[in-house]
Design a protein around this ligand. Structure first.
Ligand code: ADP
Length: 397
């Protein structure tokens, strides 16, 4: 079975073609700067890598270029578009309508469009990708895999905000969370690695990347997640401020005479690690700045670590304990010093790490001591494989 995974963003489209018989990657790539004269198309397969710079007008053109490229290189092994059994699309916001992947039809498209209010950058871009793929492959099932689906198991006490109830309901303001595909994938991988059924485990999954979130996964079900109404709530992120007193936002708007759109940009694009450090949203840049004695870069990193720790503590309390803490995504997989700082002084919880074992990047490893009660594990995430797996399971049904 061959599945094409598409992650269509506002100005980029990432894709991966997977052979699900052995979960191997046949080809992958990205089309960037869509809509600009100098769009970049990168295609990788086996040991080959091709990059091309030329104008790609829109998502439809991007999909056409992608499909032509997939067909034109014999080594990829795709003979015809008919050989693609399904296309799995990443969709960031599915509101409270979807607790699993679905085959896309007109009604589903309308719902994805309706939820664009909560994901104005993402959902319209996903729809553009879906429309373009459906046009080029009219007989191939298009499947939506939602970032919000996994945590649809949350109880109202986890997702209702302390706003006037009817008003919040009217506007569908509640916590939806995000990164669900990754949290689901790494929690299941961790259970497999530990050789225990996920139904017997209490797991805290820390997806620490440019966007970061933490989930409490109790017996295989997400019972809480740090992201909320939008992917803004929770941890400090590359450019997002995360948890903040809502009235501070109102105060700042009044004081600086900011419109809602300007405030939104500030909260989502100019805050977080970048906003505090004034240096960068990228942890590697922060580390370089810290090495040069930059105090604010150090402060940004300290705040990031402290907040992860706070969430771990609160989720352990919610689950009455924790069996495993899982680290994933760019920082979670690579930043061993960040992992070490997060896991330090958590011995009251049963966390004890092997500092040397922890000094690794990007590979599956249990870095707790043999006698530790809580397993601390790095699990590289693989959202494309997770999306392809969901798509494959759905069409098999
Ligand atoms: P996203 O998918 O949300 O864009 P990633 O999961 O790729 O983000 O994570 C990006 C973050 O991971 C950046 O802050 C980057 O600095 C950090 N990162 C990547 N490699 C390393 C590394 N070797 N050491 C520390 N941090 C790293």
């Amino acid at each position: 079975m061959i599945i094409l995974v598409v992650n269509s963003g506002s100005s980029s489209l990432k894709f991966q073609l997977l052979n699900m018989n052995d979960e191997s990657i046949m080809a992958k790539g990205v089309l960037e700067k869509i809509g600009l004269p100098d769009s970049i198309f990168t295609l990788k397969y086996q040991n080959e890598s091709h990059t091309e710079v030329s104008a790609i007008a829109n998502h439809e053109a991007a999909v056409e270029i992608m499909l032509n490229a997939l067909l034109s290189h014999e080594a990829i092994g795709l003979k015809s578009l008919e050989d693609i059994n399904a296309v799995g699309h990443r969709v960031v916001q599915g509101g409270d309508s979807f607790d699993r992947a679905v085959i896309i039809n007109d009604e589903i498209k309308q719902q994805i469009s309706d939820y664009a209010v909560m994901a104005p950058l993402h959902n319209p871009a996903h729809l553009a990708g879906i429309e373009a793929c459906a046009k080029s492959m009219p007989n191939t099932p298009q499947i939506a895999v939602f970032d919000t689906a996994f945590q649809q198991t949350m109880e109202p006490s986890a997702y209702v905000y302390g706003l006037p109830y009817e008003l919040a309901q009217k506007h569908k303001i509640r916590r939806y969370g995000a990164h669900g595909t990754s949290h689901k994938y790494v929690s299941h991988e961790a259970a497999g690695f530990l050789g225990k059924p996920i139904e017997e485990l209490k797991i805290i999954t820390c997806h620490l990347g440019n966007g970061s979130s933490i989930a409490a996964v109790e017996h295989g079900k997400a019972i809480d997640i740090s992201m909320g109404f939008t992917p803004h709530e929770g941890l400090l992120m590359g450019t997002r401020c995360g948890d903040i007193d809502a009235t501070a936002v109102l105060y700042l708007m009044q004081r600086e005479n900011l419109t809602a759109a300007e405030m939104d940009t500030m909260l989502n694009k100019q805050s977080g690690l970048l906003g505090i450090s004034g240096v960068s949203s990228d942890f590697r840049d922060l580390d370089n700045a810290i090495a040069e004695g930059n105090e604010r870069a150090k402060l940004a990193k300290d705040i990031f670590i402290r907040r992860v720790k706070k969430y771990i503590g609160s989720y352990a309390a919610l689950m009455n304990g924790v069996d495993a803490i899982v680290f994933t995504a760019g920082i979670g997989e690579n930043g061993w010093d960040v992992r070490e700082a997060i896991c330090s002084d958590l011995d009251f919880l049963g966390v004890k790490i092997d500092v040397e074992k922890n000094k690794c990047r990007g590979k599956l490893v249990d870095f707790s001591t043999d006698d530790a009660k809580v397993r601390c594990i790095v699990v590289p995430t693989n959202e494309e494989l997770a999306i392809a797996t969901e798509a494959a399971e759905l069409i098999k049904k």
